[in-house]
Design a protein around this ligand. Structure first.
Ligand code: 13P
Length: 250
């Protein structure tokens, strides 16, 4: 039985004082949930967030990392650095990074490998654009992105990778994939993993849905057979909204 993972992606929002406040507000609201609660925060907030989340069930993630350990990469942060300040998870290959920062499948794969090397669990984002969806290529795109991201990993690492299916057209638009569409796409991703690495492995991989998930639509999405959780942008910025998604099954 796969556990449910509810991960917030704050993107480029929240100053350190706001991050501290949010975590303090969220902590009592999500205490006791059996679901995994993760907040992926901007680099500048990480130190405060990990300190404030200590002794709580809230885990802290980053939103990106460089694949090298150290060196002349001005402005970059490595997996080793993230680990040293108590980060557990890292989002890799978010569509905004693919779109605005030229991240390729090859870079995503290098980052995933580097994340494991430094003891971080990657949350790998895959998703099709509206154009790709309309031309009937969505499943090819997302299964391809998944295959390339996982290339060369050990089975145990694949089983510990979280995939987030985030259709680009549903991000920040208020448009959500229907629960059936999201579930079918995730099944397709699982099938691809099964075909390459075996059914047992495919059944263990946690696959999230992301794209305008809100307290009002979370339950329906999260009760689908193959949707193992959510990667939540806008609705993760308010403790009240985010906690309602975490507690969708209460
Ligand atoms: P929204 O929930 O704001 O649509 O963002 C989704 C997302 O991109 C999470 O990574």
């Amino acid at each position: 039985m796969r556990k449910k993972v509810i991960a917030g992606n704050w993107k480029m929002n929240m100053l350190p004082n706001e991050a501290i406040q949010m975590i303090n507000d969220l902590e009592p609201l999500v205490k006791g949930t059996e679901n995994e609660v993760i907040l992926c925060v901007p680099y500048i907030d990480i130190f405060y967030a990990t300190l404030n989340a200590q002794n709580t069930n809230i885990k802290i993630g980053a939103q990106n990392m460089h694949f090298e350990e150290k060196g002349a990469y001005t402005g970059e942060i490595s997996g080793q650095m993230l680990k040293s300040v108590g980060v557990d998870y890292v989002i890799i290959g978010h569509s905004e990074r693919r779109q605005y920062f030229m991240e390729t499948d090859e870079i995503v794969n290098k980052k995933v490998k580097s994340a494991f090397k430094y003891g971080l669990l990657p949350i790998v984002c895959v998703g099709e654009t509206l154009e790709q969806r309309e031309s009937g290529n969505a499943y090819d795109i997302i299964t391809n992105q998944t295959e390339k991201a996982l290339d060369g990993l050990e089975i145990s690492q694949i089983e510990n990778t979280i995939i987030a299916y985030e259709p680009v057209w549903a991000i920040g638009t208020g448009k959500t994939a229907t629960s059936e569409d999201a579930n079918d796409a995730i099944k397709e991703i699982r099938k691809k993993i099964g075909g390459k690495y075996g059914q047992d492995t495919a059944e263990r991989v946690i696959i999230l849905y992301g794209g305008s998930m809100k307290p009002t639509n979370a339950k329906e999405l999260l009760e689908m057979s193959d949707i193992d959780g959510g990667l939540i942008g806008g609705a993760s910025l308010l403790a009240d909204d985010f906690s309602k998604i975490v507690n969708y099954n209460k």
